[in-house]
Design a protein around this ligand. Structure first.
Ligand code: G3H
Ligand code: 13P
Ligand code: ZN
Length: 316
């Protein structure tokens, strides 16, 4: 089956009170771990690629890895998405290069400028059957080409969303309600808190419209502990509690972005083998364990957080 857009996935997820997992891919083991879990659980899935991933692994390698995953998992819908496109050019390059969905992240620009940049991407994408995600409000954290310091992060203003969606024609909207990128989302002792009131207000103003949650890793302490026990140093890594994400998935949130949890799982597996077996030097031996942990994490997300298990047929 060819790649799909997210249109039908989001419609079904909205109606069914679940969310589609959008997982970042950077290499073969990550693509395999994610899609094997989704294939076994019959779950729709979004594979997303950042500018950093394209720099690291190269556009062609990544798209060919995703093509291989399609062949290996013919029964699940898979969308290929650009994560945090910083400008029109990178969006164009991914649209021309076979992606079915792109994010234009102009959220750090002023409102009107964000609209202008987003509108240009939407026009180009829609003419070619590709869907577009944009962002209003800013999350703290670091992605390769878009960096936001914690003090510059800001919640989405619900009174801006209707005009933004109207004037841009965008297909989904990422909003800032207190999640952030990376593995250190809250300070030790700080109570994790998300602004569900903002999410509710946004969804009232945009009925039946898919909302996206970035920075949604839970930073499983199981993997943090493995990393710590095997020579790592990630003390105080804290993520979004799973019950909050489940609550979001039941609402208008149709896409939940997860990258850090995959990084932690892969690192835990690799560290475990390397730390306990310093004599090993076959990459397959440590990457195999990392890949298995990625698969375990994705399976857990699908069944426990996203609620997308068994939903592949209705999203095809
Ligand atoms: O939101 C950011 C993602 O985790 C991608 O991170 O730019 O380091 O690939 P990256
Ligand atoms: P995490 O860092 O919480 O995994 O967020 C990833 C993300 O939002 C990718 O766009
Ligand atoms: Zn993000």
């Amino acid at each position: 089956m060819p790649l799909v857009t997210t249109t039908n996935m989001f419609k079904k997820a909205y109606e069914g009170g679940y969310a589609i997992g959008a997982f970042n891919v950077n290499n073969m083991e990550i693509v395999q771990g994610i899609t094997e879990a989704a294939g076994e659980l019959n779950s729709p899935i979004i594979l997303q690629v950042s500018a950093g991933a394209r720099k690291y692994a190269n556009h062609t390698y990544l798209t060919k890895l995703v093509e291989a995953a399609l062949v290996e998992n013919p029964n699940i819908p898979i969308a290929l998405h650009l994560d945090h496109g910083a400008d029109f050019e990178i969006c164009k390059s991914c649209i021309d290069g076979g992606f079915t969905s792109v994010m234009i992240d102009a959220s750090h620009h002023a409102f009107d400028e964000n609209i202008e940049i987003t509108r240009k991407v939407v026009d180009y994408a829609h003419e070619r059957g590709v869907v577009v995600e944009a962002e209003l409000g800013q999350l703290a954290g670091v992605e390769d080409d878009v960096k936001v310091a914690a003090e510059d992060a800001s919640y989405t203003h619900p009174d801006e969303v209707e005009e933004f969606v109207d004037r841009t024609g965008v297909d989904s909207l990422a909003i800032a309600i207190g999640t952030s990128h990376g593995a250190f989302k809250f300070k030790p002792g700080q109570k994790p808190m998300l602004r569900f009131d903002i999410l509710d207000e946004v969804s009232k103003r945009l009925p039946n419209f898919p909302i996206v949650l970035h920075g949604a890793s839970s930073v499983s302490q199981e993997y943090v502990k493995i990393i710590q026990a095997n020579g790592g140093n990630l003390a105080d890594a804290i993520g979004i509690p799973e019950d909050m994400l489940r609550q979001a998935a039941r609402s208008a949130v149709c896409k939940i972005n997860i990258d850090s949890d995959l990084r932690l799982a892969l690192t835990a597996g690799v560290r475990e083998v390397m730390w306990n077996h310093p004599e090993k030097f076959d990459p397959r031996e440590y990457l195999k364990v990392g890949r298995q942990y990625v698969k375990d994490v994705v399976a857990h997300k699908i069944t426990t957080v996203l609620g997308s298990e068994g939903k592949a047929p209705e999203c095809l």
